[in-house]
Design a protein around this ligand. Structure first.
Ligand code: TPP
Length: 661
């Protein structure tokens, strides 16, 4: 490697410091301290080691760089600007945090090229990076051939004290250590400062000992010493069977005479006067804002040779291994099997099983046709029915496996699913009980913000859980997942609807899909069909219906029983199966009106969860039958009975509506 030019380094690092100070000051909001503290580490990494190509930001074999401490976004924007990423101009830096800029308060995936993921909620970035590194290892194992390492890159992370305090990072990093993800290299901004002050007040553990215990390679360096940074990176790169964490002792707000090393440098502008003093100390010109020293952009520029070398290798690979090359491209493009509907299993009418069992059979049917489908469960494989047949577990010595044992780490799993998806090449799913979706909500929300098509398999979807009682019976989770923009929640009623729920999930391009599945058995109905893809449809109709009964999931079967009761009492009713609010809401209004005609206001919905939100479908005059209380421990049929989720209750409510008419 070439000699490192320390003068150029200083100019580059101080340019970053100046840009961060000026942008935060101009916006009158933001976080200058962290970019100033980590400028040395970032400069070494981005000028000397990071394999990327601003002209090809989607190059699949680029190194991934995740700024987990997303509040330091000006660091990332400065790096992208100095490296020459298209669209990241000096003007964008001057518009930091302004409407429509490419430089929002926290990095947002999709807003600017080179931003690998949305970060800001601490802990998410480093945890998703575990998924990225895992994806790299799994793709390398599948596609590389001797002398053809078409997949061979690192995942670098800058993480802060806050990132390492958050529980999610403990989960994900524990798994990363277990799996020995050697291509994951984390720079820990060990500055001993968080918002409330010194970390002495709340965070005194020996972080490196903890990571050592996870099985990571650990190093401690002076984060302002380029020589030490270079050495640490090279050692970390050479450790191939352990992830690495490099604790970089830094000073937050480096260079600021009065704010360096204090929490006041963390999240507020330094102030005009202090900026002048800091620029003086750093040797930056005092009369220029957003100053970029001459030659600094050259330090960050790429000559294109790495990309060209990879591309050349790729062309030779495609010639030598055309089938693998095609499969790799299909995987990266997220291509689905062409005959998806044919592949989905057809379930025998009348055969009863939990919808989780039907989902398991869908996975069995899909797996051979969709090699990019991978997944696992947070230690509930048998319950979630997430097993993939004829495959092995992903383990440190087996990245060719397909099934991920996430352990009891729901939140870590959520972030890792995001990372696997962001990296590209896989379509991952992860399973747990619906009630524990709360544990992973932070990651689910980020998947939705980023529009990632992650698939969640949430089984044990209500009081049908029975004996395990209220702690395990989700009541509010279904509704609370529906509240998340970009999220699609699907709760199928039987085998047929479960197959179509999977189809909808796989075809979803908007964001994540939650498949909400039952523990208790229900028969596959004759009437269910591919209209389930439209979110709601007429399952069973009677002549001139007076009332509409709307059910979701297993409660559809109760609605059908209520229809029978009403029929015996001379009332004609229509039963709507409504597996997904979101899919239904995306239908043309004409279709919605054929299912729920405006002239039929007598409507009763039934769902074993909170009733909040159902007014939208039952209207002001309708009734929502549900549970605005927690469940209870008993055999599930008894719980349904005691809590009033019964055909009789539905029929009575429907009759009452007609009397009121
Ligand atoms: C999950 C989450 N909780 C709280 C915050 C608000 N927050 C932003 S930065 C920060 C802590 C700052 O300390 P540190 O992570 O050490 O960053 P530094 O001060 O070194 O920049 C907090 C609590 C957040 N962004 N995410």
């Amino acid at each position: 490697m070439t000699e490192y030019d320390y003068d150029k380094h200083q100019a580059a690092a101080n340019t970053i410091r100046g840009l961060a100070m000026d942008a935060v000051q101009k916006a009158n909001s933001g976080h200058p301290g962290m970019p100033m503290g980590m400028a040395d580490v970032a400069t070494v990494l981005w000028t000397r080691y990071l394999k990327h190509e601003p002209d090809h930001p989607d190059w699949p074999d680029r190194d991934r760089f995740v700024l987990s401490a997303g509040h330091g976004s000006m660091l990332l924007y400065s790096l992208l600007y100095l490296s020459g990423y298209e669209g990241m101009t000096l003007e964008e830096l001057q518009n930091f945090r302004q409407w429509g800029s490419k430089t929002p308060g926290h990095p947002e995936y999709g807003h600017a090229k080179g931003v690998e993921m949305t970060t800001g909620p601490l802990g998410q970035g480093i945890s998703a990076a575990v998924g990225m590194a895992l994806a790299e290892g799994m793709l390398a194992e599948r596609f590389n051939q001797p002398n053809y390492d078409i997949v061979d890159h690192y995942t670098y992370v800058i993480a802060s004290d806050g990132d390492l305090m958050e529980g999610i990072s403990h989960e994900a990093c524990s798994l990363a250590g277990h799996l020995g993800l050697g291509k994951l290299i984390v720079f820990y901004d060990d500055n001993s400062i968080s918002i409330d002050g010194s970390t002495d007040i709340s965070f005194t553990e020996d972080v490196l000992k903890r990571f050592d215990a996870y099985g990571w390679h650990t190093e401690l360096i002076d984060g302002h010493d380029p020589t030490a940074i270079i050495a640490a990176i090279e050692i970390a790169q050479s450790v191939s069977d352990q992830p690495s964490i490099i604790a970089c002792r830094t000073k937050i707000g480096f260079g600021s005479p009065h704010k360096e090393g204090t929490s006041s440098a963390h999240g507020e502008p330094l102030g005009e006067e202090e900026i002048i003093l800091t620029k003086q100390a750093l040797g930056l010109p005092l009369d220029q804002k957003f100053y970029v020293a001459e030659g600094v952009k050259d330090s960050f520029s790429r000559d294109g040779s790495q990309y060209a070398a990879w591309h050349h290798l790729w062309e030779k690979y495609a010639e030598a291994f055309p089938k693998s090359a095609m499969a790799y491209q299909d995987a990266l493009a997220g291509k689905l099997p062409a005959d998806l509907e044919e592949i989905l299993p057809k379930f025998e009418v009348g055969k009863a099983a939990g919808t989780r069992v039907f989902s398991g059979q869908v996975i069995v049917a899909l797996a051979p046709h969709m090699p990019s489908l991978i997944g696992g469960s947070a230690d509930l494989t048998g319950s979630n029915k997430t097993n993939i047949p004829d495959t092995t577990d992903v383990q440190r010595d087996n990245f060719g496996g397909r099934y991920i044992r996430f352990g009891v780490r729901e939140h870590g799993m959520g972030a890792i699913l995001n990372g696997l998806t962001l990296h590209g090449g896989f379509r991952p799913f992860g399973g747990t009980f619906l009630v524990f979706s709360d544990y992973m909500r932070g990651s689910i929300r980020l998947a939705a913000i980023m529009g990632l098509p992650v698939i969640y398999i949430f089984s044990h979807d209500g009081i049908g859980v029975g004996e395990d009682g209220p702690t395990h019976q989700p009541i509010e989770q279904l509704t609370s997942l529906r509240l998340i923009p970009n999220m699609t929640v699907i709760r199928p009623a039987d085998g047929t609807e479960t197959a179509f729920a999977w189809q909808a999930a796989l075809e979803n391009k908007i964001g994540p899909t939650a498949l909400i599945l039952s523990r208790q058995g229900v028969p596959t109905l004759e009437e269910t069909n591919n209209s389930a893809l439209r979110g709601a449809y007429i399952l069973s109709d009677q002549e001139d219906p007076q009332v509409i009964l709307i059910g979701t999931g297993t409660e559809v079967h109760i609605a059908l029983k209520a229809q029978e009761l009403l029929s015996q009492r001379g009332v004609s009713a229509r039963v709507i199966s409504m597996p997904s609010w979101e899919l239904f809401d995306r239908q043309p209004i004409e279709y919605q009106d054929t299912v729920l005609p405006p002239h039929l206001p007598a409507r009763v919905s039934v769902e074993a969860g909170v009733t909040c939100g159902w007014k939208k479908y039952v209207g002001d005059q309708g009734v929502a039958i549900g549970l605005d209380r927690f469940g209870a421990s008993a055999p599930y049929a008894r719980v349904y009975e005691e809590l009033g989720i019964t055909a009789e209750a539905i029929a009575t409510a429907a009759e009452a509506l007609l009397v009121e008419d």
